[in-house]
Structures are given as structure tokens and as C-alpha cells.
Design a protein around this ligand. Structure first.
Ligand SMILES: N=C(N)NCCCC[C@H](N)C(=O)O
Ligand SMILES: O=C(O)CCC(=O)C(=O)O
Ligand SMILES: [Fe+2]
Length: 342
């Protein structure tokens, strides 16, 4: 049953294999060797870089394996997420998200909106800590402390460790992407993303028939692109729900492949690369008979980075900047302020 839900048409299968998702990348050579002084001569690493370039240019979406995050850890993170969302509503409200708390914490079903419509999801947002005043007025709306639930009891230790591992992994993938674009390996360090902002968003998508009809909309998360550099999604096995718009304008499933992360590029990478890499529209629809969770890790630039097309990418694309300069923190805050029902 699940399989047919994942493969709705023959055409889809062709699209899947030929253009978009034939680019699952085993990144182990990158993860293991990117810090070696001699890495620029490593054939396996350079092959990973080529595959990343293909994936980012052709799809903007790809699977990574060989990333070094143990599958049982990925599963445990999803398990505690399931357990948290199963708690009584009163318990979940103990870590309720408020603007006063920098938009960190729990958001109930229907509280998030995308394109003006409530998303059929509940979620918890964690953001990189911002010391008060660190970025002047720029970051004030996002200042606040992350809220950790009391149950499940291992939740905060597990998530903190996971976030730290994903931050390190994302940095390495971004080093690969820097090489893929033809830049220096440290292109994203320093003022661009040497002090990267990050977001960890735990999301639960209820079974649609469990939602009152008068509250129900048709998407778990409406069509959007992500805001930063790179997103790594850890999704439940066996439920097809994340959909990606391919170059022919069709929505195709990013079906779960156990042990992999689904990666996609964000708005800041588009600007920085002068459009060589484009973020892909995606959305979530949980039509399955099971509650689905995903844990999305967003790796971003420095909060106060002014992102503009970098010179070597501009040169590769006719010499003219296609995008205006954008301050990442301003972009994020504009999005966040539009993400909730008023
Ligand atoms: N940091 C990210 N990407 N968070 C998830 C974005 C989900 C869409 C959002 N409601 C919107 O309308 O943009
Ligand atoms: O739930 C998913 O698979 C993806 C969620 C997503 O795209 C997002 O929150 O930005
Ligand atoms: Fe997304």
C-alpha cells in the first residue's frame, strides 16, 4: 500500500530516476578527509564534490548517506519527537512559543501559516542562542532562551548533542559546496558563515482524519523555500509526505530512504552563488494513516551577514549581480513575523 502511495504514476518514476533524485550522494570521503591538508588531490573527495554540484544545479534537493550520524541516533531523535507530541496539550503548552521568548518553543496545530494558510502541523523551534545585544537591534525579536520539555526526560541532552553533530556535518557539506561552486574550501567561513546561525525545527503532522473538518486545510506545510544556506531533514521512514517541485513543475515525493538526510539549499545560497544554485519549492502533505514527524536542521549564514553574489560566481554568470544584497537576519525575521496566525 505504502509503495503505491509513493509511486503514483509511471511518469513520476521516470522523473524521479532521471532528473531529480538519482543524485543520492555518499559523502563519506568528504566527511572523513575535508580537513586533510592534501584533500584537494583526493579523487574520492573530488568525486563527491562533482556529485554535489550536479545535485545542487539540477535539483536543489538530494539525499546524503555516509554522513557519519548513526542511524539509531537519527531514529531516537524522531522517537522523542513522537513522544513529545503525544503528551497532553497542557504539558506541551509548558514550553509554548511566544514572541517575548524570541519565537522559540511549541506551536500548536494550525498556529503556523504558509502563504496565509494554516499548516496542519505542530512544532517546536530551537534557534542558535543570541546573547542580548550581540547584533544590536537587528536580532532583538529573536533573542530569548530555548525551551526544553521535562518529558521525555532525555530530550534536551539528546537534542543538544544532535544539534551539535548536525552543525559540524552541515559545515562540512558547505565546504564541499564551496568547492563545487569552484571557490576556496573556506568560502563560507569568516563573515559569511564562520559563526553560523542555525534552526532546529521538530515537526509533527497528524493524520488528517484526526483533525476536525472545520480546522483542516490540505497541506501539512505549504509550498516554500528555506531561508538560509542548507537544510538537512531527518524524516520518518515509510511515510511519503514531503513533496518537491521538479523542473517540469510536477510535485514529486522525496520518499524516505532510511539512514539518509534529505538536503536542500536555501535562499542565501541562491543569492551568494548568483543563482547558480536555486532553492527548490517544497511542501508537505500527510495523507498517510500515521502520525508523521520530521526534524529539520537549518544551517544558515552568520546572523548579521550581508549576503550578496560573490565575485567568482558573478564572473561565472555573465558578470552581473542577479540579486540584491540581503542581510540574513532581516530575511529571517521578516519570514518569522509572517509565519504565525495573528
Ligand atoms: N526555517 C524554515 N525554513 N522554516 C520552515 C518554513 C516553513 C514555511 C513557513 N511557514 C513560511 O511561510 O516560510
Ligand atoms: O517535514 C518535512 O519533511 C519538511 C519540512 C520543511 O520543509 C520545513 O519545515 O521547512
Ligand atoms: Fe522547508
Amino acid at each position: 500500500m505504502q509503495v503505491s502511495a509513493c509511486f503514483p504514476s509511471e511518469r513520476w518514476v521516470v522523473v524521479w530516476f532521471v532528473t531529480v533524485f538519482d543524485v543520492g550522494v555518499d559523502i563519506s570521503p568528504l566527511v572523513e578527509k575535508i580537513d586533510d591538508p592534501n584533500m584537494a588531490n583526493d579523487k574520492d573527495l573530488l568525486q563527491v564534490v562533482r556529485l554535489l554540484d550536479d545535485a545542487c544545479r539540477e535539483a536543489g534537493f538530494f539525499y546524503v548517506k555516509g554522513h557519519g550520524i548513526a542511524e539509531p541516533l537519527m531514529k531516537e531523535v524522531r522517537d522523542v519527537t513522537h513522544k513529545f507530541f503525544q503528551l497532553p496539550y497542557e504539558e506541551k503548552l509548558k514550553i509554548k512559543m511566544t514572541p517575548q521568548n524570541g519565537y522559540r518553543g511549541y506551536q500548536r496545530l494550525g498556529e503556523n501559516i504558509t502563504n496565509g494558510k494554516p499548516d496542519m502541523q505542530e512544532a517546536i523551534d530551537y534557534y542558535a542562542p543570541i546573547e542580548p545585544g550581540k547584533y544590536g537591534d537587528l536580532a532583538t525579536p529573536m533573542e530569548g532562551t530555548n525551551l526544553w520539555p521535562k518529558y521525555p526526560s532525555n530530550f534536551d541532552a539528546l537534542l543538544k548533542n544532535y544539534i551539535s553533530l548536525l552543525r559540524d556535518l552541515s559545515r562540512k557539506i558547505m565546504q564541499g559546496i564551496a568547492l563545487a561552486l569552484g571557490g576556496p574550501v573556506d568560502a563560507f567561513e569568516g563573515r559569511t558563515a564562520g559563526d553560523p546561525f542555525w534552526v532546529c525545527r521538530l515537526i509533527g503532522y497528524p493524520v488528517s482524519t484526526d483533525i476536525l473538518e472545520e480546522h483542516r486545510t490540505d497541506t501539512g506545510c505549504g509550498a516554500h523555500t528555506d531561508y538560509g544556506l542548507l537544510t538537512l531533514v531527518n524524516q520518518d521512514d515509510d511515510i511519503c509526505a514531503l513533496e518537491v517541485k521538479n523542473q517540469s513543475g510536477e510535485w514529486i515525493y522525496a520518499k524516505p530512504i532510511p539512514g539518509t538526510f534529505v538536503c536542500n539549499i536555501g535562499d542565501m545560497l541562491k543569492v551568494w552563488s548568483n543563482g547558480i544554485y536555486q532553492p527548490t519549492l517544497h511542501r508537505v502533505v500527510n495523507n498517510s494513516p500515521r502520525y508523521r514527524v520530521s526534524v529539520a536542521f537549518f544551517y544558515e549564514s552568520n546572523f548579521d551577514a550581508a549576503i550578496e553574489p560573490v565575485e567568482f560566481c558573478r564572473e561565472r554568470t555573465g558578470g552581473v549581480a542577479k540579486y540584491e544584497k540581503v542581510v540574513y537576519g532581516e530575511h529571517l525575521i521578516k519570514k518569522v513575523l509572517n509565519n504565525f496566525i495573528k
